[in-house]
Design a protein around this ligand. Structure first.
Ligand SMILES: Cc1cc2nc3c(=O)[nH]c(=O)nc-3n(C[C@H](O)[C@H](O)[C@H](O)COP(=O)(O)OP(=O)(O)OC[C@H]3O[C@@H](n4cnc5c(N)ncnc54)[C@H](O)[C@@H]3O)c2cc1C
Length: 375
């Protein structure tokens, strides 16, 4: 059973609400999701946080449609399919609200900023959005760091309500603020071109009235078939192409939204590109960010762990998946899943020393069936 939320108790004055939980997983990549599953199987409740708007880590952010061939028992699946399978597997412990569809203990679009160990050994964890957690063990499944979108180098765009960086999934009317309006997509790589394709193929009521692809030069970096498709739309006039480098922005009178981008062309002239919405699709870059300040022993930006427990240099903080290092480490999904399993068992022994620790099989254990909801 989860302990109750409480309103006080964080050491950080900016934190207003604190969720009390046995364990906290930082990162909802494949390893973080499997970590939540393993913790649930062992009867430890958990919350998971990710900086991205969607779970799946690299699999969804970097290669959603590419095939993976080396996950045991799954001959082939795409990155996005693997993330969905892991979410489905973890559902007993990351349950979805039947009405809203939200997973209550999966916190997306938020980044862990601080971890403080208290005198009693528990941890106070704070996020950028002011959410606090009090927990007894932390599992850092942070990959190469928090994935944050690359931005256009124009200060005036910061915090503007009509500047977006993520393509919603699914792309429907409710998730498309640009439906029926003028949308500029910035970028010339795979991500920008596949965004244009997704917008053109979206349901009619979710499509923008016009799509303009903005790139610094008339050269794209994308798979030939995708580029050919986008070039054909440009040739037909279904997609506009604007070339140049954004050098500034005009704002609406309320100062909350952008009305036009100032574009510096190859001829040295600056022209205004009016828009209703701007979708910046320049890719994601991982930022190790605040992790370096958490007091963990690092080895070339990886968290050093012991290879039998996957515990870091701080008792109670574990590191699993791509973020950790130990002799023989391989950055593979399979290795991350193994690490998450052993880390969960080690944490259980530390947190509930009086509880019997014998290994139980999901095939035959009535207790595990009960936890999985299949009893
Ligand atoms: C193109 C490509 C192909 C690959 N193919 C294969 C393959 O075929 N087989 C294989 O085994 N492996 C493959 N890999 C490697 C595999 O994807 C990684 O090993 C795996 O994604 C690691 O999972 P992870 O959960 O540790 O980290 P990630 O997938 O990187 O997820 C980490 C998550 O943590 C979040 N995060 C980090 N810091 C914070 C913070 N402070 N607050 C909130 N959230 C945070 C990030 O936003 C991210 O979503 C491939 C990798 C790439 C790039």
């Amino acid at each position: 059973m989860e302990r109750q939320d409480r309103q006080a108790g964080s050491t950080d004055p900016l934190i207003v609400a604190v969720i009390d939980t046995d364990t906290l997983v930082i990162g909802a990549g494949p390893v973080g999701l499997f970590q939540a599953f393993q913790l649930g199987l062992l009867g430890l409740n958990t919350h998971v946080i990710d900086a991205l708007p969607e779970a799946g880590g690299q699999c969804v952010a970097l290669y959603p449609d590419k095939p993976i061939y080396d996950v045991p028992g799954v001959p082939v699946c795409t990155g996005r399919e693997l993330a969905q399978l892991l979410l489905t597997q973890a559902r007993p412990f990351l349950p979805r609200d039947a009405t809203t569809g939200r997973i209550g203990n999966l916190h997306l679009n938020d980044q862990v900023a601080s971890i403080t160990q208290l005198a009693d050994g528990e941890f106070d964890v704070g996020t950028r959005q002011g959410q606090g957690f009090r927990c007894r063990a932390v599992f850092v499944a942070a990959g190469a760091g928090a994935f944050v979108p690359r931005t256009l180098n124009v200060a005036a765009l910061e915090g503007m309500g009509n500047v977006h960086h993520h393509l919603p999934e699914p792309l429907d009317r409710a998730s498309s603020p640009w439906a029926g309006q003028h949308l500029v997509v910035a970028g010339g790589g795979e991500e920008a071109l596949s965004t244009v394709a997704a917008l053109m193929n979206a349901p009619q009521d979710a499509r923008p009235a016009t799509v303009t692809l903005l790139h610094r030069r008339d050269q794209f970096q994308a798979e030939p078939a995708l580029e050919a498709k986008v070039r054909a739309w440009i040739a037909q006039g279904a997609v506009q192409l604007a070339l140049g480098v954004p050098s500034g922005a005009d704002l609406h009178s309320d100062g909350q939204a952008v009305s036009a981008l100032q574009i510096l062309g190859a001829d040295g002239a600056v022209r205004a590109l009016p828009l209703d919405h701007l979708l910046v699709r320049l890719g994601l870059s991982p930022k190790l960010g605040p992790l370096v300040d958490w007091g963990l022993q690092l080895d070339r930006k990886q968290v050093r762990v012991s290879a039998d427990s996957f515990q870091s240099s701080v008792t109670g903080i574990y590191a699993v998946g791509d973020i950790n290092t130990y002799p023989g480490k391989k950055r593979l999904l399979l290795c991350g899943f193994h690490e998450a399993t052993l880390a969960a068992h080690h944490a259980l022994a530390q947190l509930k020393p009086d509880q019997p620790q014998h290994l139980q099989y999901t095939t035959t254990s009535a207790l595990l069936h009960q936890r999985l909801g299949v009893a």
